[in-house]
Structures are given as structure tokens and as C-alpha cells.
Design a protein. Sequence first.
Lengths: 250, 249
Amino acid sequence: MKGAPVVLGIASFAVILVIWETVVRLSWVNPFFVSQPSAIAASLSRAARSGELGHNFAVSFREFVIGYGLSVVVGILAGAFAARFRTVEYALDPFLWFLYSAPLIAFYPIFVLWFGLGVPTVIAMSFLLSVTQIATSTLKGIQSVNPGLLRAARSFGATERDLLWKVILPASVPMMIAGLRLGIGRALMGVVVGELFGATAGLGYSISYYGALLKTTDMIASLVVIVVLGVLCTEGLSAVENRFDSWRTL
Amino acid sequence: MLNYRMFVSILTMMAFLGAWELAPRIGVLDVTYTSQPSRVVAAGLEIIRTAGFLRDVSVSLSEFTIGFALAIAIGVPLGLLLGRFPLLRYLLDPPIMAIYATPHLALLPIIVVWLGIGMQSKIAVVFVGGVVPILVNAMAGVRGVEHSWIVAARSFCARERDVFARVILPASLPSVILGIRLGLSRAVLGVVVAEMYQSQAGMGNEIMRYGSEFRTDYLLFDVLLVSLFGLTATSVVRRLEEKLWTAGE
């Protein structure tokens, strides 16, 4: 029974692909609008052979890694400082709140003014979209550490450093990683949208490019790559999350 | 302690605004790139008086309202159904999760090809952005309902319909509202970005236009206005959510 969800999940993707292919083959639906799985697979393998796919993927992935990497460093540091010093938390609060709920992509034209079209703007958007998520999760994770544990450790003579490494970090890591996982989605969104608007390479750029040429098949092919990338990254961190969380149940 | 919190928050905000106002005046920053609070306010007063402003606001608002209403109308019932029937969930969960993990705005170009550059494509983007978190959380809400309550209701001869309407629905309501709140910010983002991408009217259209004219002050006013809308809507839903959580205890 445990394998049933997996089998049904794979079956559901297979059914979707078959229906999609069939309705187009039977010309119930115009392939101009929806393309078809076989054509998309062909487009993907052609793009892979010509090196176009590899290039676009490399550009997007690099932007993602830099933007998200910056977010991780800045977000965790800011979150940790805010958790340690109350004044820092209160000072950061309005800014985090604003960044969290503002439609940050609307700042895109200003970023273009500041950084120019292309890679730096995309990195900036990806950073800005994901950093708040990581900072707030780190802050909440550290704040949620059971004060009883801290008191117990202190009364046994733990120093500040012991507290950090042996109590605070292990207890707050699961929530931090949950924040990192949510941050991935937002960082990826920043990369894709940044590239949709103004870039010269990347997966988002190629969607926008083929969209303008009305080449649906090639557009959906790039979209598929983005979906796969998003799923892989999220699943990867979910696995890490489960590992770090497993000690709690022991 | 609340006072200290407010004091520090307000102080840093004032410091930020002050630095932003002063830096261009003493020549540290170029006002073309960063604008200034005073200029943003002045720009706002001008924008409000322009003829196109009200039209843009109403276009964006109606796109948002229609799209988000559709997302709620479809996402909540579908999520509740998926939560109730495991077989259906196993079948539909993987595609839904794949969409959830994807940056939904990547769908923008294809939605434009399907629905054109008018209001329909924006409504669709708002819908796609809003519906997934609503659906996922409604589903999680139903699954999180204490099983013993259902058993208890059944043992008092509640019919399947009663169980759903009187136990499952109220118990999963907080989670449904959480989904609506999460969907809300994605929906607001969806309207603006879709209009920035391809459109003839709306706040996103204005933002893009001011951006290409290098009118940073005008642009910032519009961005702030949209942010304020998102902030207000989110906190209204959050209030509702807190009320429901405490009502349940």
C-alpha cells in the first residue's frame, strides 16, 4: 500500500501525456496552441544536441546559484542577528514586512536603471525575492528554541558558544531549512521573471523569445526544463529537511 | 515592551527615509536613479490627478478580483474534495505539486499566446497564481482534521453529508484561510507582472512605462501603492485567520 501513491503519481503523468498526445493527433485541439509531447521531446533533444539548451540552462543556473547563495548568507546572518539582539529584530521588522508583501518584481525597471539589462539585474531580483523568506525563517527558528533547554544548558555551565553550537543550531535547523526550501521557489521565480523581461540568454529568456515567435513547442520545452529544475531543487531540500528533522522523533 | 518595539521600528524607518532624502541632496546618490521621498510624494499627487490613473487602477483591480474570486471558487471545493478522497488525491497530487514547485509566472508567455494581451490573460495569471496554494492548503486542512471527531460524529449516526458540513468543513477552515492568504500575495504579484509583460492598461503597464521613461519617482509611487494594497489585503486576511484559530480553541 505504501508504494501506491508513487505508482498512481507516475500513472497520472503518463495519462496526462497520452491524453495530450491523442487529442492533438485526432486534431481535436490545434497543436499551434498546445503543441504535443512528442514534438516537445523532439525539440528538447534538438536543443540539447545543438548546445542551446545547455547554454541557457547554464546561464539560468549560474544566476540562480549566485542570487540564492547571496540570499542564504545574508538571510541567515540577518536572521541570526535579529534573533540574538532584540533591537536588530525591531529595526529590521518594517523592512522585512515590506519586502515580504511588496510585489518586488515591480522594482524591475529600477534595477535595470541601476544594474543594466541582463545578468546582474536577474541576480538582484532572485536575491531580493528569496532573502526575506530565509531571514524570517531563521529568526523564527531560533526564537522557537525551547527556553527550558537554554536554561538547562546554562545551569550546567554552557558558554555562549556551546549554546549556539549544541542547543540553538540543532534545534532551529529544521525551520531554517524549511525557509531555505521556500526560498528556492522564490529565487527561481526571480531568475525566470528577470529573464522574461530583459536578458540575452537563459531559460526564461528562451520562453519569452519563442513566445514572441509564437513557437509554442520550443516555448513549452523550456518550460518543462524549468518545471523539472524547480521540482528537483525542492525535492532535494525536502530530503535534507527530513534528515535533519528525523532526530526529533527518535 | 510593545512601546520599545514601535520606537525602534519607527526610528529606523525615519532614519531610512531621512538618509534617502538627504543623500541625493548632498550629492552622494544621483536623484535620477534613487529619487527621494519628497519627490515620490509630489509625483503621487500628480499621478492621482491624471486621467488615466483611475482607469488603470480599476483595470488592475477588476483583473485581480475576477481572477482571485475564480481561484477561491475552484480551489477551495477542489481542495476539499482531494482531501476527502485519497484515490483522487494520489492521481492529481503529483501534477499539482509540480505546478506548485514551478515559478508560475514562467507561464506568462504561453498564457499570452492563448488568451491575448487583454484582460483575460491577466485574469488567468492571477487565477493560476492564487489557485495552487488555496487548493494545497484546503487539501491539507481536510487531511489534518482529527480522525476521532469523524468517528465520533459517525457513531452518533451522522450521514456522510453531515460529517462533511459539520465536522470537516469547520475544522479545515483555518487552513483554507491560510491558503487564501498565501494565494493573495501571489495573485497581486501576478496582476502586476502580467501587466508589465504585455498589456494595454493597468498599474503594471504604468510601472513599465514610467520605468522606460526613467521617471523613478512616478514609478516608486505606483510600486508603493500596489505594495500598500497587497499589505492591507494580507493583513485583513491574517486578522480573520487569527480570529478563526482562537475561535477553534
